[in-house]
Design a protein around this ligand. Structure first.
Ligand code: NAD
Length: 338
């Protein structure tokens, strides 16, 4: 059976990446759109066969409660709007898949989790790499001990940001800079690759505040993560250079990925001692990482299971990001609460 999704926010991700993915899904279909631009919504609806009665805007959004076609709402809005549109969806009796980062603060994450729990609805965060074959294979290799005892994890994630007017550079809309948007991939990967939760962080920020892009949010932030087993995570996040890399080093070998978390074209080498071999992973759970993600949420609803990347996963990242910002600000190591 296919459950019906409503996409909220027809921007580059909701419209450009998610909408075309339903054709690859087994348990998910696109049935409704929520947009501030009626003409655009109508055009997109025609393209995807969405009935006109299932088009909503930000004002009449709550009326989705009366629409049995919609099972799941997919929130693809600027970060500062995630909490409001998740909570309104839960109150309207809908399950929610919300994009990363989950919200602008851990307090907002907590209110989203509470609202979904109160409404008895599932909440999942759009961590697509948990459905991406290269990331799944690297995680399997690391956790199976195939490169020995893990010693360190390294990752750089960034892209060269050009548009100084973008919402991602406005603190109120984005919650922060590169760390919230792209550094979160390094942080989340450090956690799922090691299978451990960091116990302390230390971070350093480098931002040219005279650069018109970085008046409100950070450009580059480097952070160290300490894990209980002794593994060290060493990560760079930036908005001033293109970089997408993960390296996992164990006492018997290593896994390297570059690009590591891309939409496509990811590559991976396994080995060590100068004898790395390129590896092609087995297929992931879906035809694409997005189909795997969309269908996982639908299956969780159908089978009453918790999503593997639920609200708690988003909240954990936000708590660590807050500690990273605090560490950079106060120039000291921050111990994380268990
Ligand atoms: P975008 O700017 O392209 O789209 C945002 C949409 O929100 C637009 O349709 C815009 O009209 C709408 N919107 C409503 N109110 C707005 C306001 N006040 N200001 C700006 N836009 C407003 O952004 P995007 O790249 O599609 O990102 C949307 C979400 O998706 C973000 O949370 C982002 O982090 C996430 N995202 C995730 C991935 C991923 O790989 N998982 C990739 C890209 C984006």
């Amino acid at each position: 059976r296919k459950l019906g999704y409503a996409i909220v926010g027809l921007g580059s991700y909701g419209l450009g990446i998610i909408a075309p993915q339903f054709k690859n899904c087994k348990n998910s279909k696109l049935v409704a759109l929520v947009s501030g631009d009626a003409a655009k919504a109508k055009r997109v609806a025609q393209e995807y066969g969405v009935p006109e009665k299932n088009l909503y805007n930000y004002q009449n959004y709550d009326e989705i409660r009366n629409n049995p076609d919609i099972d799941i709402v997919y929130v693809c809005l600027p970060v500062s709007m995630h909490a409001e549109y998740t909570i309104r969806a839960a109150k309207a009796g809908k399950h929610v898949l919300c994009e990363k980062p989950m919200a602008v603060s851990s307090a907002e994450c907590e209110s989203m989790i509470a609202a979904c729990r109160q409404a008895g609805k599932k909440l999942m965060i759009g961590y697509r790499c948990h459905f991406e074959p290269y990331n799944l294979e690297a995680r399997r290799i690391a956790r199976a001990g195939e490169i020995g005892k893990l010693r360190y994890f390294r990752s750089e994630h960034g892209f060269h940001f050009r548009d100084p007017n973008a919402w991602r550079l406005k603190k109120a809309l984005a919650g922060g800079g590169s760390m919230m948007d792209i550094g979160i991939y390094a942080l989340n990967a450090a956690r799922y690759m090691t299978g451990e939760e960091p116990t302390a962080v230390y971070a350093q920020e480098t931002t040219d505040r005279k650069d018109p892009r970085f008046r409100e949010v950070e450009d580059m932030i480097g952070f160290q993560l300490e894990f209980p087993s002794g593994v060290i995570g060493s990560c760079q996040s930036m908005y001033s250079a293109n970089q997408n890399h993960i390296l996992l080093v164990g006492d018997k070998g290593r896994v390297e990925m570059e690009p590591a978390t891309g939409y496509q074209g990811n590559r991976m080498w396994v080995g060590g001692n100068g004898r790395d071999k390129e590896v092609t992973p087995p297929p992931g759970p879906g035809a694409t990482q997005w189909a795997g993600q969309l269908d996982h949420m639908a299956q969780c609803v159908l089978q009453d299971r918790e999503p593997i990347v639920g609200g708690q996963e988003g909240l954990r990242d936000l708590r660590i990001i807050e500690a990273i910002y605090q560490s950079a600000r106060e120039q000291k190591r921050i111990v994380l609460k268990a």
